[in-house]
Design a protein. Structure first.
Length: 611
């Protein structure tokens, strides 16, 4: 689908109203494109994902005027309205004014990202809906008109919902009914009455057609009830992902709101160890950062979630499984925000900042969502409790230190957090006869996790993306101070990683003076100009081979490194590319280098990034 096909027109009249709203609102929008994007996204979710739409609407409430909130309250039962406005004043007090940039008058063009465009097409293809929305442009116009009314004339805005209510599918209405059962019953009746009075609803040719249409009563309006087949479908196909979406949203809001001065002061006063204790679970001391830990930002999220859980529960360590779930919920919401921006602006793979973050749970590929979830938790948080227990029960000494099995995961490997395990409520004890730590023979393992001093330092650095109103990810993921900390205290403390990174930066720096275009390539291109400078893969391979010669006894332990000397050339090349790709991805993320893709050849080009 071409960009032109996905582009709609925002006429000057609508634009002028949007500009007024943006200028008056002060805390929500900085330009008209943001209003249009939010409007289309939320309206599409009304027709496809009510739980998600509800979460988006709740997030908008603090930015609304009192008149808008008053009219919303008039449409809802008190307890359900109280539920969506809990801690409202506190949220309002935390809002900050944003600058609004008024654009020149005249019609504007807006590109809808391909995912949303396909979603709108799916909605307007439905038999009931296509009568109201014959095109994507009309669907978007209606969305804009509703939200303009909501901000400018909130009392009249609900008539825009009444008008489209008969065109919405029964299964989607059932989701709204389950979310807001009390308010739904009254609203459904009001919508039916309004459509009858105005004669604005769906027209049926005869009574027989009305009787035979599933989900409609004798008046031609939804008789939405808890039909067994519909509820079963909701439970199996809809409820679970929507609940996950709601959980993710709530976790993200808690995360943003808890990052404040009080939280920071409280955690500074907690007993945070300088390094893990003797009985904390060890890691494998790998001389390279694992290629599975492809980026640092997911690690920053996990560290921040852990810190805030410790403060919230006033505990030096928290239940590991609770933290594992919360870290994913926060990360997947942030992932969704960043990926939506990247999709909307057509970001290429070298420009994307969502790498390493989990696949959004609003997608339709359940297998991809599940595998992404597990991958994030396994690598950026830590391995499953069950997996560690199985490793502990085995006799493989290559994966143990002093009788305690290695615990995989970026937080433990980088010394940012530590994990303590008890069995039958007893920590491991030193066994003089075996010369190692041993656990109780019977009982269940119990896992808890806490921050180290290094993890606390990483947490304390401000990160703009952790502000829910921020658009920081449009520029860079880390501040200069965060970058320096990561470079010196994480990369700098991992032997071979540090050596390779220094060589890579030295090579790129030299190539700015010797290569014909001041760029650095990974390998010699087919059509070389003869002045390409040094190639990264050759430089990296030299360093790794030198390291291998000094550590021949570690071949079984660090197979991924030794694989670059494999007699199988394909396997050797793959091992080298995997190591290089992971390192370069992280260096791009922390603002050390620029990554470009040459248009004609698709060759990867690197250069130093200026601060």
């Amino acid at each position: 689908m071409s960009v032109d096909a996905r582009t709609i027109t925002i006429d000057d009249w609508r634009l002028s109203k949007i500009e007024e709203i943006g200028f008056e609102t002060k805390t929500r929008f900085t330009k008209w494109e943001e209003f249009v994007n939010e409007t289309i996204g939320m309206y599409l979710n009304w027709w496809t994902n009510p739980i998600r739409a509800s979460s988006q609407f709740i997030e908008m409430i603090p930015h609304m005027t009192n008149e808008m909130r008053k009219n919303i309250k008039a449409m809802m039962h008190d307890d359900e309205f109280d539920e969506i406005t809990v801690n409202l004043q506190e949220k309002i007090d935390k809002l900050t004014d944003l600058p609004y940039y008024v654009d020149a008058p005249g019609d504007k063009r807006f590109e809808i990202d391909s995912t949303r465009f396909d979603g709108i097409q799916d909605v307007i293809k439905q038999d009931k809906t296509k009568a109201k929305f014959p095109s994507v442009q009309i669907f978007c116009n209606y969305a804009l008109d509703y939200f303009i009314e909501l901000w400018k004339k909130p009392k009249k805005a609900r008539e825009k919902i009444f008008e489209v209510w008969p065109y919405m599918s029964t299964s989607i209405k059932n989701q709204w009914k389950i979310k807001y059962p009390k308010s739904f019953t009254d609203f459904n009746k009001l919508a039916a009455d309004w459509n009858k009075e105005t004669d604005a609803g769906i027209k049926h040719d005869n009574d027989e057609e009305v009787k035979n249409e599933v989900g409609y009563d004798k008046d031609g309006f939804d008789s939405v009830g808890y039909d067994d087949e519909i509820i079963n479908d909701y439970e199996s196909n809809i409820k679970k992902p929507n609940e996950n979406s709601e959980n993710s949203y709530q976790a993200y809001i808690r995360f943003c709101e808890q990052r404040n001065k009080q939280t920071i002061e409280k955690i500074k006063k907690m007993d945070i160890p300088n390094e893990p204790s003797e009985i904390s679970l060890p890691h494998d001391h790998h001389p390279l950062i694992s290629s599975f830990y492809s980026r640092f930002f997911p690690i920053k999220i996990a560290v921040a979630v852990l810190a805030q859980l410790m403060v919230e529960r006033n505990e030096r360590t928290v239940k590991y499984d609770d933290f594992r779930k919360e870290a994913y919920d926060v990360a997947v919401y942030i992932s969704n925000k960043i990926r939506e921006y990247e999709e909307r602006h057509g970001k290429k793979r070298n420009q994307k900042k969502s790498a390493g973050l989990p696949y959004p749970i609003t997608g339709s590929d359940a297998t991809k969502i599940a595998s992404s979830k597990e991958r994030f938790r396994e690598h950026f948080v830590g391995m499953k409790e069950e997996s560690w227990a199985k490793r502990q029960e085995k006799s493989d000494e290559n994966k143990k230190d002093k009788g305690i099995a290695h615990f995989d995961g970026a937080l433990n490997a980088m010394g940012l957090a530590y994990v303590e395990v008890t069995k039958n409520k007893q920590p491991p004890r030193w066994n003089k006869d075996l010369n190692e730590f041993t656990f109780e023979k019977e009982g269940k393992y119990d896992f808890r996790i806490g921050l180290t001093e290094k993890g606390l330092k990483l947490y304390l650095y401000e990160n703009e993306i952790f502000d829910k109103n921020s658009k920081g990810y449009q520029d860079k993921m880390f501040s200069d101070k965060e970058t320096d900390f990561i470079f010196d205290n994480i990369i700098g403390e991992i032997e071979l990683e540090n050596e390779l990174v220094k060589k890579i930066l030295e090579t790129i720096r030299k190539n700015t003076k010797t290569s014909f275009d001041k760029k650095t390539r990974t390998k010699k291109p087919k059509e070389s100009k003869g002045k390409d400078g040094a190639y990264l893969d050759e430089e990296i391979e030299t360093i790794i081979i030198s390291w291998i010669q000094k550590h021949k006894e570690d071949k079984e332990r660090y197979k991924n490194i030794f694989n670059i000397r494999d007699v199988d050339k394909a396997k050797s090349l793959k091992a080298l590319e995997t190591i290089r790709s992971a390192i370069m991805g992280r260096l791009v993320e922390i603002n050390k280098i620029n990554w470009e893709i040459e248009e004609k050849t698709s060759n990867t080009l690197y250069s130093l990034r200026e601060k």
